[in-house]
Design a protein around this ligand. Structure first.
Ligand code: PMP
Ligand code: GLU
Length: 394
């Protein structure tokens, strides 16, 4: 018999649907994939060159569990430069992707029965990882009409003596919301007053549009700094999803606990990928602007295309690379026997009839929505919007 843990955990729908789209393409099916939360750009040459150099230099052995000193140093400098955050290298833990960093953080903080507040719509892995710890995910709904920002009162009402952690993700996957400084201040005040931890997943920090800016909650004062684990990584900022480098920065006692856990689970992240990450962080800052401008143009095109379809309404995302479209207006319609009562039905129809792969909102705790990743080429976005229009107008 498998463990309860293994029996209960749900597979990641984002990964499953990305794999399905890839498989269909391999079979020669002309599918347009808007599933993966993965930049379509190539990893920059300055990161690749650092990895190749590392291989030739023989850096192919175990490293210290939390990462090579040069990388921890570069991350410490990045936090100061970009986020006004002082983290010394010994507060930094490099792991096999930000997903692994979040897992380590939850494992270091959450006991069975502890509650973890998650503003939703939320990334698919948060509730499942909390459940893997024996914790209880407590969903705090946000709404389009409030720019998908967490409500202070709603969060306050969910706090109990068992509240241990609040998950924050700004810019947010899947909504594209970017939380204001004021919202973050309010959350920080609650965390200080009620003494819980905040895991701030800032992996999309470099992808913010329309002049908005990123605030790290840990930078809002010394009291909140002591309660925050800041998560980031190279997957989105440098198109390095396959290299698997993420990192966490935390108060020393939490960082030490995370290192100890990682010691017994995976040891260090890949040595070569760590050198690539070092090369990436030391690379030219213009890289971010180039990438953001490309995503911004795609964002506008996609939101415009989605909003042209009667029954679909798409809030304009301010960050990340997802358009989160409300499809509740399609409820009354049904084509070829497909049930459009939620995003699952609409997504199934799109895959079957239009060969468009998207991720239904149910995995993000938002069944009335579907998520479109615009981290794909302009040509695919154009073709996708054309197909979408034609299947719903026929
Ligand atoms: N957090 C969020 C919100 C994400 O969308 C992702 C994407 N996979 C991750 C964390 C993890 O990224 P990775 O493990 O590739 O660093
Ligand atoms: N975070 C990305 C997404 O949401 C990658 C897939 C995953 O790790 O869930 O699509």
């Amino acid at each position: 018999m498998l463990s309860q843990r293994a029996l209960q955990v749900q597979p990641s729908p984002t990964l499953a649907l990305s794999a399905k789209a890839r498989e269909m393409k391999q079979q020669g099916i002309d599918v347009l994939a808007f599933t993966a939360g993965e930049p379509d750009f190539d990893t920059p040459d300055f990161a690749k060159a650092a990895a190749i150099e590392a291989i030739h230099a023989g850096y192919t052995k175990y490293t210290a569990t939390p990462g090579i000193p040069e990388l921890r140093e570069a991350i410490s400098e990045k936090f100061w430069r970009d986020n006004h955050l002082r983290y010394s290298p010994d507060q930094i833990v490099v792991s096999c992707g930000a997903k692994h960093s979040i897992f380590n953080a939850l494992m270091a903080l959450v006991d069975p029965g502890d509650e973890v507040i998650i503003p939703s719509p939320c990334w698919v892995s948060y509730p499942e990882q909390v459940k893997l710890m024996g914790g209880v995910p407590v969903i705090a709904p946000t709404e389009e009409s409030n720019d998908f920002a967490p409500y202070y009162d709603a969060i306050r009402e969910l706090i109990t003596p068992r509240t241990k952690v609040l998950m924050l993700n700004s810019p947010c996957n899947p909504t594209g919301a970017v939380y204001s400084r004021q919202t973050l201040k309010e959350i920080a005040a609650l965390a200080i007053k009620h003494n819980f931890w905040v895991i701030a997943d800032e992996i999309y920090e470099k992808l913010i549009y329309e002049g908005h800016s990123h605030t790290s909650i840990a930078a809002l004062g010394s009291e909140i700094y002591e309660r925050v684990i800041t998560i980031n990584g190279l997957s989105k900022s440098h198109a390095m999803t396959g290299w698997r480098i993420g990192y966490a920065a935390a108060p020393l006692k939490v960082a030490k606990a995370m290192i100890c856990l990682q010691d017994q689970m995976t040891s260090n992240a890949c040595s070569i990928a760590q050198y690539a990450a070092l090369g990436a962080l030391q690379g030219p800052a213009e890289w971010y602007d180039t990438m953001r401008q490309r995503f911004d143009a795609r964002r506008k095109r996609m939101v415009e295309g989605l909003n042209q379809v009667p029954g679909i309404r798409c809030w304009t995302p301010l960050g990340a690379f997802y358009a989160f479209a409300n499809v509740e207006g399609l409820k009354e319609r049904s084509i070829d026997g497909f049930d459009f009562s939620d995003g699952d039905g609409v997504s199934a129809y799109l895959l079957e009839k239009a060969r468009i792969a998207v991720v239904p909102g149910s995995g993000f705790c938002a069944p009335g929505y579907i998520r479109w990743s615009y981290a794909t080429s302009e040509a695919i976005i154009e073709a996708g919007m054309d197909r979408l229009k034609s299947v719903f107008s026929s």
